[in-house]
Write a protein that binds this ligand. Structure first.
Ligand SMILES: O=C(O)CCC(=O)C(=O)O
Ligand SMILES: [Fe+2]
Length: 203
């Protein structure tokens, strides 16, 4: 058997986390909205070889494309955070053209393999996602284990995990390689899932 490759090498793109990102009542409101709209969640898709498709060996998650009355305050918070995040990450200042928002619900066994959020399709203009912000929302105590957001070193094997705690923000350049580790949830209740608001700031 070949020796195991060296572990823990490689460089990371920068990331940032912040606790209590939204006012507590707003975070609880978005979580309540997600739970209350269970019937409108659909299987999350991926872009694979230029085609948008569902493949739960790569990404297993349910998503909702709207936040109802919470869209405006969440979009406003994301746009307000963007200049500071760009500066922190060494990204030249840019004018955000929009924020793309999606609610995601990961239940027992759900995961998302390593990927980047900036899709590149030959002969199409580059995907305008520059910054990714993810806000975690879940009942407390956290009703699942696993489900970390994992950053992968560029060209290396090192990894760095962020626990998906309620009202914690994780932000990173959309080109940073990352994944969602498979989670375990003994409860089958939709309300006990790992919820997240994905926000992509477009240039
Ligand atoms: O939920 C997370 O921690 C990240 C989700 C993600 O990577 C994505 O939806 O592109
Ligand atoms: Fe992602």
């Amino acid at each position: 058997m070949r020796a195991a490759p060296p572990t823990g090498n490689g460089r990371f793109l920068p990331h940032y986390t912040q606790e209590s990102w939204l006012p507590a009542a707003l975070a609880d409101g978005v979580l309540g909205y997600a739970i209350g709209n269970e019937g409108q969640f659909r299987s999350g898709s991926i872009l694979h070889n230029g085609t948008i498709m569902v493949d739960d060996t790569i990404r297993q998650v349910s998503v909702l494309e709207h936040l109802g009355p919470f869209h405006a305050p969440v979009a406003e918070a994301a746009l307000a955070a963007a200049p500071g995040l760009a500066a922190r990450f060494g990204i030249p200042a840019f004018t955000a053209s929009r924020v793309e928002i999606e609610l995601a619900a990961h239940g027992d066994g759900a995961h998302f393999q390593q990927h980047i959020d900036t899709f590149v399709v030959v002969n199409q203009r580059p995907n305008p996602r520059v910054l990714t912000l993810v806000l975690y929302l879940n009942r407390q105590p956290r009703p699942f284990t696993g489900g970390a957001l994992r950053f992968h070193a560029l060209g290396g094997t090192a990894t760095q995990d962020i626990a998906p705690d309620h009202n914690r923000l994780a932000a990173f350049p959309s080109i940073a390689p990352h994944s969602v580790q498979r989670l375990t949830c003994s409860s089958r209740a939709f309300a006990d899932r790992r919820f997240a608001v994905n926000m992509w700031i477009h240039r």
